[in-house]
Design a protein around this ligand. Structure first.
Ligand code: FES
Length: 159
């Protein structure tokens, strides 16, 4: 395997080995693997010449990083007050049933991860769901199921 084929080495080459670039490097690596595997963190520490403890420190400090494998597609539901009063709990229950997982979990086919957050900053449009970074306002269970079915279909799978 060449350096260009190893995501963490490619990211360090792209940004440079200065530790001030550690966060964007970790983001780029997470985009490739959908989480931060230990071997990647070890490689990063080694080529950037910083301690593995420091790399783990950053990787565990920010909630946007995950050390656990995640699905290819991330579904985020807002449970903040404005979304809560518009039935985000019911939406979460329906989506959990549809995907067969609870918030914080990943489907066994590694296609979807489901997570909840407390505010996505678009309260007027609640309840909000974000699928792969795309905001969907005034979400209902049936609308979200359509989005997830289309996502699965685009992957050649049926949900
Ligand atoms: S409470 Fe849901 S976006 Fe703010």
């Amino acid at each position: 395997m060449t350096k260009q084929q190893i995501p963490e080495l490619r990211a360090v080459e792209k940004y440079g080995a200065d530790r001030s670039f550690l966060i964007p490097i970790l983001h780029e690596v997470q985009e490739e693997y959908h989480f931060l595997p230990e071997h990647a963190l070890r490689n990063i520490a080694s080529v950037m010449n910083i301690s593995l403890v420091d790399v783990y420190g950053v990787a565990t400090f920010f909630t946007s990083f995950s050390l656990e494998p995640k699905g290819k597609h991330l579904v985020t539901l807002c449970m903040g007050t404005a979304c809560h009063v518009r039935n985000s709990r019911g939406l979460a229950d329906e989506v959990s049933r549809f995907l067969g997982i609870s918030p914080g979990e990943t489907t066994s086919d590694m296609l979807f991860s489901l997570e909840t957050v407390n505010c996505l900053g678009a309260c007027a449009l609640g309840p909000i769901a974000v699928v792969d970074g795309r905001y969907h306002g005034q979400m209902t269970a049936s609308k979200l199921e359509r989005v997830l079915k289309k996502t699965a279909k685009d992957e050649g799978l049926e949900k």
